[in-house]
Design a protein around this ligand. Structure first.
Ligand SMILES: *[C@@H]1O[C@H](CO)[C@@H](O)[C@H](O)[C@H]1NC(C)=O
Ligand SMILES: *[C@@H]1O[C@H](CO)[C@@H](O)[C@H](O)[C@H]1NC(C)=O
Length: 160
């Protein structure tokens, strides 16, 4: 026996196809404004409202948190800042973050200042964090106007 879309369901007086058309009509003709609230997803949230969902993280004397990377495999959030990279365990537990400092040597900083740059700019602003492989991270920083990249494995920084 052929099954046609107009086949009547047992106990239902209407063929399936016309029932569907009726439902569609009902949906299309329902009022769009007025009593029916429209649920438009929000794309932004005032910070006052977001506060209850946020965990704040800052380390004294550390500035310019500029780049974030989540490593889902190790449940770690990496944060690149000025002269430092932090590793925070996810979910946050209030545990102290691990850190690896990546400073510009003093001689290099002096050179930077001699070239007329401001002292505050002669730092290593970490700009790039990427997962290199299962055990290493790739990172790049401004390194006092002399950009450098390196790989981090465990707690050591190796030059590229
Ligand atoms: C770093 O942070 C300081 C203090 O918040 C700010 O004045 C400066 O503009 C920042 N620099 C960069 C390169 O983001
Ligand atoms: C990951 O990359 C680093 C740096 O290139 C390398 O020394 C290490 O052997 C690699 N590890 C794996 C598991 O591939």
């Amino acid at each position: 026996m052929l099954i046609s879309p107009a086949r009547t369901r047992p106990g239902l007086g209407l063929p399936l196809a016309s029932l569907f058309r009726l439902l569609l009509l009902a949906v299309l003709s329902s009022p769009v404004s007025g009593r029916v609230p429209r649920s438009v997803p929000r794309t932004s949230l005032p910070s006052s409202e977001a506060d209850s969902y946020l965990t704040r993280f800052t380390i004294p004397q550390t500035y310019n948190y500029s780049v974030l990377l989540v490593d889902p495999a190790s449940h770690t959030l990496y944060v690149g800042a000025r002269d430092t990279i932090f590793a925070l365990s996810l979910p946050f537990s209030g545990e102290r973050p691990r850190r690896i400092d990546w400073m510009v040597p003093e001689a290099h900083r002096q050179n930077c200042r001699k070239k007329g740059k401001k002292e505050a700019e002669c730092h290593n602003f970490v700009q790039i964090l990427a997962i290199a492989n299962a055990s290493h991270l790739l990172t790049c920083g401004t390194f006092a106007f002399d950009p450098k990249c390196g790989v981090i494995g465990g707690s050591s920084m190796l030059p590229l």
